[in-house]
Design a protein around this ligand. Structure first.
Ligand SMILES: Cc1cc2nc3c(=O)[nH]c(=O)nc-3n(C[C@H](O)[C@H](O)[C@H](O)COP(=O)(O)OP(=O)(O)OC[C@H]3O[C@@H](n4cnc5c(N)ncnc54)[C@H](O)[C@@H]3O)c2cc1C
Length: 81
C-alpha cells in the first residue's frame, strides 16, 4: 500500500471522522490516528442529534468509518483504535 498521505487527522471522534469524510470527498488520501477514547463512548445513547437520537455512540462511530470507505484510500491506525 502506498503510504503517502495528503492529510493526517488526529482523533476519530465526531470531529475527526467528519473532517476525514470531507477530505475523502475532496479526493484526499487521509490517515486517521486515534486512541479510541471518544468523550461520549460510555453513554448509552446520543441525545439531540437528528437521525441519531438515542443511538449508541460506538454504533455511530462504526457507521462513520463505513461511510469513509466510499472515498479514496484512508486508514485508521489499527494499533490504537
Ligand atoms: C458523557 C458524555 C455524553 C455526551 N452526550 C452528548 C449528547 O447526547 N449529545 C451531544 O450532542 N453531545 C454529547 N456529548 C458531547 C459530544 O460527545 C462531544 O461534543 C463530541 O463527542 C466531541 O467530539 P470530538 O470529535 O471533538 O472529540 P472526542 O469525541 O473526544 O474524540 C477525540 C478522539 O481523539 C482521540 N485523540 C485525542 N488525542 C489523541 C492523540 N494525541 N493521539 C491519538 N488519538 C487522540 C481520542 O482518543 C478520541 O477518540 C457528550 C459528552 C460526554 C462526555
Amino acid at each position: 500500500m502506498d503510504t503517502t498521505w495528503d492529510c493526517i487527522v488526529v482523533g476519530a471522534g465526531a470531529a475527526g471522522l467528519s473532517a476525514a469524510l470531507v477530505l475523502g470527498r475532496a479526493r484526499r488520501r487521509t490517515l486517521v490516528i486515534d486512541a479510541g477514547k471518544q468523550s461520549n463512548r460510555h453513554t448509552a445513547g446520543i441525545g439531540g442529534l437528528l437521525a441519531s437520537d438515542r443511538r449508541p455512540p460506538l454504533d455511530f462511530y462504526e457507521t462513520g468509518r463505513v461511510e469513509l470507505a466510499n472515498y479514496p484510500p484512508w486508514s485508521c491506525d489499527p494499533a490504537r483504535r
